[in-house]
Design a protein around this ligand. Sequence first.
Ligand code: ACM
Length: 559
Amino acid sequence: MKKRFFAICLLASIFSMAQESPIIPQPASLTMGKGRFEVNNKTQILIMGAGLEKSAKYLQDYLKQMHGLQLNISTKANIKGNIVISYAKPDAKKQKANASTIIPGAYALDVNQNGVIIEGENEAGAFYGVQSLIQLFPYTKANTLSIPQLSVKDEPRFAYRGMHLDVARHFFPVEFIKKYIDFIAMYKLNTFHWHLTEDQGWRIEIKKYPRLTEVGGFRNGTIIGRYPGTGNTNTRYGGFYTQAQIKEIVKYAADRYVEVIPEIELPGHSSAAIAAYPELSCFPDSSTKHPSNTAWNGPTSGKQVQQVWGVFEDVFAPTETTFKFLENVFDEVIQLFPSKYIHIGGDECPKEAWKKSAYCQQLIKDKGLKDEHGLQSYFIQRIEKYLNSKGKQIIGWDEILEGGLAPNATVMSWRGEQGGIEAAKQKHNVIMTPGGWMYFDHKQSKNEDSVTIGGYTTIQKVYSYEPIPKALSTEDAKYVLGAQANVWTEYMTNTAKVEYQIFPRMSALSEVLWTPKSQKNWPNFEKRLLQAFKRYDWMGLNYSKAFFDPANNTPEPSK
Ligand code: ACM
């Protein structure tokens, strides 16, 4: 009797597992069916409509690489028995009613005994349907893959769904950048914010200014361990992306419906550019400084690329030489990135050099500016005007609010949510990246044994994030385009560490940004997270297991 009871329990649990969807992010609507459908080498991918080839190819490549199945792509195969990728018939009524609020990317996915049908409202929607389908395949290489029958109707909650990566503190090869874009795509995110310039390295080839990468792309050493460090590696370190590589990456991303937004930092975090072209500094003849408790390798005189983490006083001088330089740099950047936005940094710019500079003080007087914050605002507004004249919009970190916001700027709120709230109230677009929830350089375990920058942001904390601050009216909330997780890499020296920092937290981010608020459910997510861990194993990813450590299960006071 007892044995039978256990057998029934086991069957019930297997049955209920079979009824669980593994899909992350949780779709807007999902109904599990009862049976299964089998995919094998005879199954064809039928595309019905122009522009769907990219999604079909992505699915074909995935099944070949990960499962060893070779499926044909066809435009003529039968609908029955195959995987169909098509467009949804336009729902004229819905389109008209919501024309201004529709966020592109909706899709339907149906798996039944007759096959698989994906209907995208647009190309990206079809791709997201493929991303959901991919999660249904068992983690095995076999001639036949059995998937559960289900019906999904889905659409994104936010238009801006981003991941950032700092490639300046540590540099990552093109192959990893592509992998990172695949991670973004797999979670139905759509923006890669590529932080390309910093004090510790300039990583983008600019043909007019070769010293930016020849000199600015390399540092003579790096502090060892957590700031201020236990010494210096005494090893030259660096690298950069050629313009050809950047074009290749931008195309790779576009094929996955990911937009790449480059960040060129100004006026602060500019030591590498100044090392290459000292005339960009207020004090070209003074040597680069580093804190006395940090170790340095190589020459200490003249301008140097930083070897130490932090915020540095030597920043761009607001001179005509600098503006011309930046305009020339942006002319090349614009050619490489078709994105609507260019991120111009704007954060953590100390004002000491401007305070000491007679030129800056005179400029403040001549332009009738209030102070150095006004000067920063003047700097950003000039850059915005230039970029707007080239058809681009700027994004800046929330410090660009200080001294007055540039007229068309989008604000990225990182020092908590206040900057975002203030900008939305001023009717400016906002992207939320508050440190307490969205900084994936924070540790995710109380028992973290690798070096991280600090902070403590568990996956549950990420999951709990609500991008629309309570302080905003319904009207002002419309200015919140979405959110993004930031990955600063001072303490990520290799790609495995980057993976460890982003997984599994990216899975929680995807539900913050995609899933309707009403469908978010932590206990349900926890179950699907167990499937996600299996997926990470299957993909050979390095991920944090902090979720399993009870030490991390005590809720943190909410911020
Ligand atoms: C930042 O984290 N300094 C934007």
